[in-house]
Every structure is written in C-alpha cells, then in structure tokens.
Ligand binder design. Sequence first.
Ligand code: 5AD
Ligand code: SF4
Length: 440
Amino acid sequence: MTAPKKLFIKTYGCQMNVYDSERMAEALGGQGYTEAKSADEADMILLNTCHIREKAAEKVYSELGRFKKLKAQKPDLKIGVAGCVAQAEGEEIMRRQPLVDLVVGPQSYHRLPEMEEKAQTGEKVLDTDFPEEDKFEQLKRRPKAKRGPAAFLTVQEGCDKFCAFCVVPYTRGAEVSRPADRILTEARDLVERGVREITLLGQNVNAYHGAGPNGDLTLAQLIWELDKVDGLERIRFTTSHPNDMMDDLIEAHGTCKKLMPYLHLPVQAGSDKILKRMNRSHTAESYLRLIERIRAARPDILISGDFIVGFPEETDEDFQATLDLVEEVKYGTAYSFKYSTRPGTPAAERPQVDPVEADDRLQRLQALLTRQQREIQDSMVGREVGVLFEKPGRLEGQMLGKSDYLHAVHVADCDRQIGDLARVRIVSSRTNSLAGELIE
Ligand code: 5AD
Ligand code: SF4
C-alpha cells in the first residue's frame, strides 16, 4: 500500500469558503488524502481564493510564486486554485503560472476526485462550469467523522442583486437554493456527529426558496423545519439582503427559540443617492424601518452590518448620512471597507473618490462602529446568556464559547464539556471577549 497522501488547503475570505474547504477535504479524503499541517509536507496544495477583497488575484499569484521552490524539490506536488478567483480567471491562471496543475470553480468541487486523478497523470485540468446538479449531493463524505459543536451549512449560493460594486453575481453565478430535504438530511447528519449549532450560509441567504414537499420553502419555513431536529440547539443564518427580509422571517426571530438573536444585515451606506448608485434598491429610511420591525419582534437582537466608504461620487455629506444611520441603528458588530474597484462591475468605470479622503472616512466610521460595539458588549455585564462551549481556554480549567449574541465568552473553573450549552452570568467585558460564571 502506498503512504497516504497529504492535502493542504489555504482558505481565504468568507465562511462560504471555510465550508467549501471542508467539503473539498472530504471529497479528496475518498482519494486517500489526509490533512497536512503545512504546505511543506503536502502532496497537494489547494488555495481556496476569495475575489471580494482588493487585488485578490495579485495576492494569489504572489502566493503561488512562493510554491516554486517547493515544487522544484518535490516534482510530484500538485497545486490547485479553487474559489472565486479560480472562477473569474481560470484560464489566465493556467497561462500565467505554469506550476498550477488544477483550477476548480466553486460550482465544480464534486468533480475534484476525477480532476485529481487526471492531474496525477500530468494533465492540466480546469473546471469552472456552472453545472445543473447539486454539487453538495455529489460530494462524498467520510464516514461520520466527529465535528465541533458549531458548523456551517450552505443552503443557497449565488446572487441576482448585482450591487454595482460586487463581483459575486459574476463569480458565484445566479441565485440557486438547495432542496430542503437535502439540507435537513445534512443537518441531522451534522447533529449525529456532535454539532449543536448550525449557521445557514448563502450569499443572499434570506432569498432562500428551496424545493420542499409542497412547493418552495422560504428561509423561515426551512428554519422551522430545522427547529424540529432533536439535538440541534441553535440556528443562525448569514448573509441577508434588506429587501428579502420577509415577514415570516422577522416573526421567526420573535417566536423560534432555536433562532439566535443575531442578524447580519448589511446596509453598505446611509445616503439614498449612493444607495441608488450602488443599485441596492432600498433607502436609508426603509432600512431603518425594517430594523424597527425586527426589534419589535425581538427587542434584544444584535444587529451586524457591512459598510463601504468612498464609493464613486460619495461626498462628505453622503458620508455623514452613513454616520447618522449608524448612530440610529447601533451596531453590535460591523465590517467596513474602503471601496475598491472590481474590473467588470459597473462602479469600476465611475469617477473615484480621492483615496486619502476615503481613508479618513473609513477611520471615522470605524471609530464610531468600534465604540458602539464596545458599548453593546459592555451592556452584557450582569446579564444571563446562553453559552455553547467550543474549546478549552488558555488558562487551566477555563472554557471558551459563544453567547447567543455571538460574543466570545470565557468561563473560569468550568466543569462543562465541549458541546455543552449552559446559562452564564456575564461578569466583565474585555477588548474582544466577555468573562462569565456558570449559573448553577
Ligand atoms: N469594495 C469594497 N467593499 C466591497 N464589498 C464587496 N465588494 C466590495 C468592493 N468592491 C464588501 C461589501 C460586502 C462585503 C462582503 O464586502 O460590504 O457586503
Ligand atoms: Fe454582492 Fe451581496 Fe449585493 Fe449580492 S447582495 S451583489 S452578494 S453585495
């Protein structure tokens, strides 16, 4: 028997990519691959790339360049590029970087085993098609490997929104929802393997409309089906578009006990002029009214957001409207970015904001968001929250977990195990975490 081959996957970007990397590892597990701790000991290296950030493709090329020496030492080493950069410029990658053996787009991961076999014969393989079949169904899983208590589950991919700055509709394609029965089967399987919290993933997850036994299910209906799964204790979902925040989903936040009080609802900007140019099809006012309705259903919900500053033609006044909106919403956590051009998207062609000005705006916005985040975190002190323990802490006897609101919480002298869900009283708030004690 030959020695098992080792696979090293480097993952960039979003949770969707983290999930995809796990599925790729499982698919290649069927080909005899086990996990390598570093690129140095690998027989195959996969870069699971992300195209959202600035100069993403350039970073991939420079990362690939670093493998040159490794490949010279180990000529059988196979190098692959996966993810959104692979989707966007597959052929270009093959042309520019001859050491790449394999390029695979996000819709083709189920074909990795065949691709790997071809690559072993010395052939260069590229697959960036958008197939019809459900790629997840095709991905062979290893027999019941134990999992950590919190897992991601992709329910929807792609996006039809075409925000003027975003590459997702081009790299991940049109919006597709997975059928509900497949998601439920996968959820039950995860629970059998030790999972107690599932985060449903989708680029535009609240537009979910997967096939069910009696027609399509909405995301809220899917959540209610998952609510019936014994042993599953917590449900989350991300990322949502304000326009797809349907009444039944808002209501579920008030009535479904397993649905956690946390919602990532990007607004991007606070000026209606900019929102219009971003092709967001909502206004600042409609977003604020939506937040009000969500908070009426679930008053303690923690709201998270994404922001872009320095979008083409953003004036200081427009930016001020973003600050005003943030003041009104009060975000528990947020991600903010300076606009950067993505070739092929409509905004790339428009007059750009002075980068120094954009930097200054980003700093001002981040100062405000950090302050809000800290205030909300501090306001948890004295409160009782649920905590799902995920790993031991750095100190002896300490356990680390996530609260219902997704704050990191550590508990000293904790007799609970990984995967236990406990009631905890928060006693103090530090920079990026809370400390709590078990309520007996
Ligand atoms: N420039 C800056 N930020 C962007 N995002 C997406 N595209 C761009 C871009 N071209 C941000 C958005 C999105 C998040 C995932 O990344 O805020 O919600
Ligand atoms: Fe991109 Fe999100 Fe807009 Fe879709 S909704 S185009 S994924 S920013």
